[in-house]
Design a protein around this ligand. Structure first.
Ligand SMILES: [Zn+2]
Length: 312
């Protein structure tokens, strides 16, 4: 009897796990103000001047040599600011040290890259995660002024931060940038408006940067943002963020370049958005999208996800 109950339980849990989260399960209050004001501005000045440049094939070649067994993440191989942040010189935005949020969190997109069906599925799964967990909506491009183009040029994995105005690119070179859904989530999260987690002003309270192990010339990638110019959206430092570097990012000697201050955590996961990533996005976009807490949906949700630090 106990065995039968256990069996039924496993079937039930598998069934629930496989269920997509329907909009009925989540309370959405669409109260986003569409007008541009100061709070819509994303400050890019801390990236100056090395974030402004052109895509380069050397970054593409470095990524082509990268494999999944590497100690560092795919997007940590680029020669751009912090590895994967690039604001192309041809960006139309006249004010270079600012970008903006996307009105209503709607991001028109078009996929121009050459991808296999499986790689395309990886991109669509990442987009589905944003739709399921946040108010961000990637909408197929249909002539909007501001939009993103997902490309597969031989220039590595990179994105700008926030909305620049006009056409802007997110490059996801094949196959390196498509090997993990988290890399796609990561680059899209830059486009949504976020920087790297370890560049938060208070990061030295949470991680130790080991400069002696960093490749010469890559030290700038470990800069911190200015407290006055950054916004944590009320969310504390998150080791599990999909925006955090891996422990070996830009290492010259296969030793760690960044170490958590506490034991038992791993940095640089690229499996899915963390719970704090989700909250931060929804706070930035003034979106009230709550986890279900009550009722049978809420109790199952909390039992499955409530004590875990990430969704997937
Ligand atoms: Zn990045």
């Amino acid at each position: 009897m106990a065995l039968v109950l256990l069996f039924l339980n496993i079937i039930l849990i598998n069934f629930i796990n496989g269920l997509p989260v329907s909009d009925d399960d989540i309370v959405i209050i669409d109260n986003i103000d569409n007008s541009i004001d100061d709070s819509d501005v994303i400050d890019l000045s801390s990236l100056q001047p090395n974030a402004f440049g052109s895509p380069d094939n050397e970054s593409g070649d470095a990524l082509a040599a990268w494999t999944e067994s590497s100690l560092m993440n795919a997007e940590e191989t680029g020669r751009y600011a912090e590895g994967d942040i690039l604001i192309p010189k041809y960006a139309r935005n006249g004010v270079r040290d600012q970008s903006f949020r996307w009105p209503k969190g709607h991001i028109p997109y078009v996929i121009e890259g050459q991808y296999s069906q499986q790689q395309r599925d990886t991109i669509m799964k990442a987009i589905a995660d944003y739709h399921r967990l946040t108010c961000i909506r990637f909408v197929p491009y249909s002539g909007q002024t501001d939009y993103i183009v997902i490309k597969s040029a031989n220039t590595g994995c990179w994105s700008s931060v926030g909305r620049l105005g006009g056409r802007q690119e997110v490059n996801l070179q094949s196959p390196g940038c498509l090997s993990k859904k988290g890399t796609v989530l990561h680059e899209l999260l830059h486009a949504i408006g976020f920087m790297h987690e370890q560049s938060r002003p208070e990061r030295d309270d949470f991680v130790k940067v080991k400069y002696e192990n960093i490749k010469s010339g890559s030290e700038n990638n470990f800069r911190k943002e200015d407290t006055k110019r950054s916004n944590d959206f009320g969310i504390s430092y998150d080791y599990n963020s999909v925006m955090h570097y891996s422990e070996y990012a830009f290492s010259k000697n296969s030793k760690k370049t960044i170490e958590p201050m506490i034991s038992g955590v791993t940095l640089g996961q690229r499996e899915g958005l963390s719970r704090s990533d989700v909250k931060k996005i929804n706070n930035m976009y003034n979106c009230k999208k709550d986890e279900p807490q009550t009722g049978w949906v809420g109790s199952i949700w909390q039992s499955l996800f409530g004590d875990k630090s990430k969704y997937n």
